[in-house]
Structures are given as structure tokens and as C-alpha cells.
Design a protein around this ligand. Structure first.
Ligand code: HEC
Ligand code: HEC
Length: 535
């Protein structure tokens, strides 16, 4: 390639230079790379602005998550009028995320953001970072990128150029925002999130296991409960899969579905599937050796409603790989039917002292089903489950009675909606706890037993909410703990308030003869108009 370009004229040199540089990024041979549709997009649609002295500018200088790349490419469209077809957009994002992505260890601590978990707590390292960089968008948006100081600084210039009000808005005008952003932040950011890391070097050089095959899966959907099942992925092109699901919920219903998935950066699974009659999206990650998958799936257009997801590869190599034990709670003095899901399971199960197997109901490599008797004096607490003589990371909880219940999330947000912006609901869950060693509820040593069925109701959160009749206007609670907010308004009966509200969410849980209560808070507020993939 180099020898060839020497003979060319100046003009063709520039174009060839762009190609050579992108090839360098790709690290592949020209013959193969020439066919990559993502690279063609860069040559055709990006190089016109991003080429200087025969070299691509900006684009090769950073690493991002698939969502991060997608948001940048979309910005090129909105701010700089770069027009891409949906296929071109997909191709260029795939190309860049594969070659300039994050290693699994680099994206791990912000997966809650990638997975769009509702009510997540952002995780900035300190106050300065939180206030400087985590007030207009999540801090995670920052932490899911890698660049050197110079490129972090360019991004600061982009911010000020595009949003001069950054200096004058709250937490900007109480300090010399621009001086700090220009002089201090880039160095700090480059130290925490540098472009070149060992983790990325190792990950980008390693070969990654494709996802095709059969997987045993499990998870929990707040409001619906736990499920186990299977997923089968069939390769239909490089990093592309056709996927089938069969999920069995504890309540007895089975949900089947199928869809597709693309794997970015060797481990970032992004899928869509119709599960039962619901359109869903999945955001999963394969682990480093490709033997497990974890993540979350949620409803298309309502990402607050979803389920956790875990899977183990069900191939010959799997040996006592557990994915779930249900139910998670066993009451002392009672018998229960326990289901263990996993791959390569041996019919040899140990649930700890005082829990005795009374009958086997099913023994297969992917599922063990059995009746157990829990001794009346079995010690309450969490125990690790062992299968085939090997301790797993799954546990079951033995309890005599529930000590306390908590509403999760303790603080939820729902948003009124209507018209072009549908309402955003809030899903609550009631979770049972034991007091732990200190004998007191609500402390750090409480033992989490798991979700329990509850009766749900709402109350005004405070006097103000009572006075404004928030209960009447803000929406209503469904029996399974999902709050459905009202329409956005205008509501002439409520003057400036329309249908917002501040409510207490009350869960009432029956435990034998006893009844326990727990409270959470729900704020029903205004719409979000910019639902970005990374908040
Ligand atoms: C019409 C000119 C133009 C085209 C075409 C263009 N860009 Fe840009 N790009 C810019 C400008 C101007 C900036 C700096 C301001 C900004 O970040 O939006 C930029 C910045 C960037 C950055 C740095 C953003 C960051 O996070 O700091 C990346 C990456 C990028 N472009 C990628 C692309 C890709 C990929 C394409 C092709 C799909 C593309 N650009 C096409 C003008 C363009
Ligand atoms: C005044 C509000 C505001 C503040 C403060 C702010 N940002 Fe942003 N930032 C934005 C907006 C808005 C976008 C989205 C731009 C777009 O893509 O349209 C953005 C986008 C980003 C992106 C994604 C850019 C891309 O193309 O990949 C990163 C990374 C980022 N900001 C980092 C930072 C850092 C680091 C700081 C602190 C020094 C910071 N931001 C402070 C408003 C802000």
C-alpha cells in the first residue's frame, strides 16, 4: 500500500492517505478492509471534514461505547448536516465501536447507565467531577469515553462553543467554569480515562468467542417476578445473530419470542426481540471468556419497564454452572419446590444445614427440580448453594419470619405524558429483609431476602401534596406495583400544576398472620424531551 501511494499525485495521495490511516485503525489487510461498509462511510461521508494533510482528524483519537459512537454520529447529523442512511449509520457505528471501543473492565462500573436502569444513582468520583461534568448529563457519559488530554480539551471547547450558558447556569457561575474546564479537567480526565490502556490493548488483540449456541437464562422482572428459560443464538453474519427465547415465569406463564442481536467490540450485545406480545430491547455483555452473559432487557419506548438477565452457555464444557435458584426464600419448618437452572448440572445439591431433599422431581443437565424440607430450627440467613460438590455464587435465604420490608426503588420518578411523548411509568417492588446481626431494621447489615408479593397503594407525601390533592390528579397504581401517571395537561382544574404530584407509595406484605408495611416516595413530574441512549 505505501509503495503504491508514493507514485500517486498529490490529490489522490490525500484520499489514499485517509484509507491508509483507517486501515491502520482497523489493523486488517487492505483486501479485507476495502469491503467494510463502515470504512466506506468514513471515506465517503466523514473524510470531507475530517481530513488534514492526508490524515483523519478527531475520529481516530478516541474510544467510546456503541451508544457513545452513535450519539456522536447523530450529532454530526444534527449540528453539521451529515446525512447518513440508517444502514450507513449502523455500519459506521459498528466499525468504530469494534476498533475503538472500551474493554469490558473499562465499561463495567457504568453498566447501570448503559443498561438504562431506572432510578440509578450516578457515580462520579468526587464533588468537582460531579459538579463540573455530571450536572447536564450523567457523569457516566463522561466515564464511558477514553481520550488523551488534548482531545478532552477539544471536547471542552466544543462544549463552550455550543453551550455558552454552561458558564452561567447553576454550578457554573459560582466558579470560573471555563478556566477549570479548559485548564484542569482535561488533565484529570486523561489520567482517569486515557486513550491507551493495557486493558484495551489486550482486549483488542484477543480473539473473542462468538455467541451462537444454546444458553440457559434467568432473571427477574419487577412486578412479574423471577423467570428461567433458554435462549438460542444462531449466527447470520459477522457478529449478527438470530435469537429465540423461551422464558418461564414463577407464576406459571411461559413467554416465547424471537429477534436479533448484534455484538459490538467483541462483547457488547445489543438486541431487539418480540417477547410474547411485547417489543423489547436487550443490552447485555458477554464475560471475558464468553461463557456467561449478563444485562437487562426492557420495553421498546419504555425503558423503565424491564428485567435483569443472566445466561450461561449450555455447551459440553459447562460444568455445574448455575444461573438461578428459585425460590430464593425458604421458610423454616416448611417444604418447598426448588428449581435450579444452569448448564452441565450434576444432580447433587447442597442448600446448607437443615435443608433436606425429600423428593427429586426432575434431573437434567439444565434443570434440577426437587422438594426440600426446611427444619424448624434451621439457622436463618443466606447460604451459598453448592452443586456437584462445587460452591456457586448463588444463594438461598432461610427465614422464620420477615423482619422488615422495603419499597424499591425508595425514590421513584414517573413522568406525565400524552401526545408525542408517552407517559413514563414507575415500577415498584416490595423486598423482604432480615434484621441481621444488630437486630435492627433499616441498617447496613440487613439481609436481603428477595421480592415478595404486596398490595400497593398511594398517599399524599406531605401536607402540600394533600392540600393540592396530588392523589386525585397524578395517576394511579396498578395491582403489580406499576404507577401509571396522568396525561400531561393542561388541566384547567389544577392551575399551574397540571398533573404532577408528590406521593408516598405504600406496600403491604402479608407474612403468615402478620402484616408489614413499607413506604417509598414517588415524584410525578414533567416530560423528558431528549431520551438519549446514555443519559
Ligand atoms: C460537515 C463537516 C463534518 C462532517 C462531514 C463530519 N464531521 Fe465530525 N465533526 C465536525 C466538527 C465541526 C466537529 C467538532 C465539533 C463537534 O464535536 O461537534 C466534529 C467532531 C467529530 C468528532 C469528535 C467528537 C467528540 O466527541 O469530541 C468525531 C468522533 C467525529 N466528528 C466523527 C465524525 C464521523 C464518524 C463522521 C462521518 C459519519 C463525521 N464526523 C462527519 C464536522 C464534521
Ligand atoms: C452545560 C451543560 C453541560 C455540562 C456542564 C457538561 N456537558 Fe457534556 N454535554 C452536554 C450536552 C448537551 C451534550 C450532548 C451534545 C450532543 O451530542 O448533542 C454533551 C456531551 C458530552 C459528551 C459526549 C460527546 C460525544 O460526542 O461523544 C461527553 C463525553 C461530555 N459531554 C463530557 C463532559 C465533561 C467531561 C464535562 C465536564 C468538564 C461536561 N461534559 C460538562 C452538556 C454539558
Amino acid at each position: 500500500m505505501k509503495a503504491e501511494t508514493k507514485k500517486h499525485t498529490r490529490r489522490s495521495l490525500r484520499i489514499a492517505g485517509a484509507v491508509a490511516l483507517v486501515l491502520g485503525m482497523a489493523g486488517t489487510t487492505p483486501a479485507v478492509a476495502a469491503q467494510d461498509p463502515g470504512r466506506e462511510v468514513i471515506d465517503k461521508k466523514c473524510a470531507s471534514c475530517h481530513l488534514e494533510g492526508g490524515k483523519l482528524t478527531r475520529i481516530p483519537e478516541m474510544r467510546k461505547s456503541p451508544e457513545g459512537w452513535d450519539m456522536t454520529v447523530v450529532r454530526m447529523g444534527i449540528w453539521h448536516k451529515v446525512e447518513l442512511t440508517p444502514d450507513e449509520r449502523r455500519a459506521v457505528v459498528k466499525y468504530l465501536a469494534d476498533r475503538q471501543g472500551l474493554a469490558p473492565s473499562e465499561s463495567a462500573s457504568f453498566r447501570f447507565l448503559t443498561e438504562r436502569r431506572p432510578n440509578m444513582q450516578d457515580a462520579p468520583p468526587d464533588d468537582e467531577m460531579a459538579q463540573m461534568c455530571g450536572r447536564c448529563h450523567s457523569y457516566g457519559r463522561v466515564a464511558l469515553q477514553r481520550r488523551d488530554e488534548d482531545e478532552w480539551r477539544k471536547l471542552m471547547h466544543t462544549h463552550l462553543g455550543q453551550f455558552p450558558s454552561a458558564e452561567y447556569s447553576a454550578l457554573g457561575r459560582d466558579r470560573n467554569w471555563w478556566e477549570i474546564a479548559r485548564d484542569k479537567m482535561p488533565g484529570r480526565l486523561a489520567e482517569m480515562y486515557p486513550k491507551n490502556t493495557d486493558a484495551w490493548r489486550d482486549w483488542s488483540r484477543a480473539k473473542h468467542r462468538p455467541a451462537d449456541g444454546r444458553w440457559v437464562v434467568a432473571g427477574e422482572r419487577p412486578g412479574w417476578g423471577a423467570y428461567t428459560g433458554t435462549m438460542t443464538a444462531r449466527a447470520k453474519g459477522k457478529d449478527q445473530y438470530e435469537v429465540r427465547y423461551e422464558l418461564h415465569f414463577g407464576a406459571g406463564n411461559t413467554v416465547r419470542g424471537q429477534g436479533e442481536a448484534v455484538i459490538y467490540t467483541g462483547y457488547e450485545w445489543r438486541g431487539s426481540a418480540k417477547l410474547g406480545n411485547e417489543d423489547t430491547r436487550s443490552i447485555f455483555a458477554l464475560n471475558e471468556d464468553g461463557s456467561r452473559i449478563s444485562g437487562r432487557w426492557f420495553l421498546k419506548g419504555a425503558d423503565e419497564i424491564g428485567a435483569s438477565f443472566e445466561a450461561v452457555r449450555a455447551d459440553k464444557a459447562a460444568k455445574n454452572a448455575l444461573v438461578a435458584v428459585t425460590p430464593h426464600m425458604l421458610r423454616a419448618g416448611e417444604t418447598a419446590t426448588v428449581t435450579v437452572a444452569g448448564a452441565g448440572l450434576d444432580a447433587k445439591l447442597d442448600l446448607g444445614p437443615g435443608v433436606e431433599v425429600v423428593e427429586w422431581l426432575g434431573k437434567s443437565a439444565e434443570q434440577l427440580k426437587l422438594r426440600v424440607k426446611v427444619a424448624a430450627d434451621a439457622a436463618p440467613g443466606l447460604r451459598k448453594v453448592a452443586v456437584g460438590g462445587r460452591e456457586s455464587d448463588k444463594s438461598v435465604a432461610v427465614y422464620r419470619h420477615i423482619d422488615s420490608v422495603r419499597v424499591e426503588p425508595a425514590f421513584g420518578i414517573a413522568r406525565v405524558g400524552g401526545g408525542t411523548n408517552p407517559p413514563m411509568t414507575a415500577q415498584f417492588d416490595a423486598v423482604a429483609f432480615l434484621n441481621g446481626a444488630d437486630g435492627k431494621p433499616g441498617t447496613d447489615d440487613d439481609l436481603r431476602l428477595g421480592s415478595v408479593p404486596a398490595k400497593w397503594s398511594t398517599e399524599p407525601f406531605d401536607e402540600r401534596a394533600k392540600h393540592d390533592e396530588d392523589l386525585k390528579f397524578a395517576g394511579h397504581m396498578e395491582p403489580h406495583g406499576q404507577f401509571l401517571p396522568s396525561f400531561a395537561g393542561p388541566n384547567p382544574n389544577r392551575r399551574g400544576l397540571n398533573n404532577v404530584g408528590n406521593l408516598s407509595v405504600v406496600a403491604t406484605v402479608a407474612d403468615g398472620e402478620r402484616s408489614l408495611n413499607a413506604k417509598g416516595q414517588l415524584v410525578v413530574t414533567v416530560q423528558r424531551w431528549n431520551p438519549t441512549p446514555l443519559r
